[in-house]
Design a protein around this ligand. Sequence first.
Ligand code: ADP
Length: 388
Amino acid sequence: AVRERIADINSAVENSIQGIREVKSFTNETYEMGKFHAVNSEFRSAKENMYQTMASFHAGMIFNIEVFSLVLIAAGAVMVNRGTVSFADIIGFQLFVKTMMNPVRRLTNFYEMYQQGVASFERFTEIMDIEPDINDSPNAIEPPALTGEIHLDALGFKYLSSPDWILKDIDIRIPAGATVALVGESGAGKSTLASLIPRFYDVTEGRILIDGYDIRTLKQRALRASVGIVHQNVFLFDTTIRDNILFGRPDAAEADVIEAARSANIYDFIQSLPDGLDTLVGERGVRLSGGQQQRVAIARVFLKNPPILIFDEATSSLDAESEALIQNAMERLCVNRTTIIIAHRLSTVKKADKTYVLRGGRLVEQGRHDDLIALGGYYNELYSRSAY
Ligand code: ADP
């Protein structure tokens, strides 16, 4: 119980600290402290319980030993008085018992340590026994280089945490090298659909084929090596810009890193920094703007050079210059790759070979921008609401 409560404290503290900006901006420090006190007092009572048990155990043991000595002395005195036992025998016996008590004491101490060890080990095995949801099948194969032809075949998907279908009856064929846009209102299932391709989740029904291989038959490493992702909220590590770009392919040569940065339209900016590629980013270094972070993420993918690309466009509008630099880098990155863009901008939708319109997890329309407008349906409605 003590160890479980410690885990609760850790997760509560982690959560509060991660959300420190929210806590401060809503001036909810007292509320967060209250939450901490709650888990902490549970920890305290677990700990008190443990000390209580240990105290009665030790006190009981010492009481027994001492009572035993007293009885021995009293009984010995009576026996010596009656002349049944000699005084030397009693003293000898007493010393013998004392010597014997030491190993007993050591054994009980050992037992206590052993119990603590077993409890910790059980927690350890409990955690180690958790199986990841997604595993390589025993006969998973390493495919030859993929070209990136994608077929979503009668696909349906539910999250384990909820009974609702998030995606249903999705049929999409994307030829290798094509660029497609996914559009739809927030919550329509665009991000979910995109996260099924690198197999962050397994489909609930139907299948996803890449170059004709069901992705569940491929080694995850091979599959994910073939998919590059640029998220809306880019994550950069607290290290140098170089290391952040190298994350795409850690063994890449310096010239390739520079080439990737150049293709991602971020090289000039990097050069303007005093330490160039060695500039630290994040907590310990310079803070990059959203647009600059996205371009570093694009450079990463240039270095990785995968046949399939998933790009989640930033919803918040960037400044015009940043926007143009990203667009331009993206266009370069899309060349010869199958690209799926979760689109938030009309300019992207217009350039896509095909646009898929999702509504409530279903594919309701598909085609090029002009045709979809001419259709006068849901996309047209989204467009006239200037969602696109
Ligand atoms: P979009 O990208 O189009 O805004 P999402 O794919 O993020 O849509 O979400 C589709 C639906 O799936 C939403 O109703 C959302 O609440 C739900 N959803 C998203 N992620 C999870 C998750 N991890 N667990 C359960 N439901 C989720």
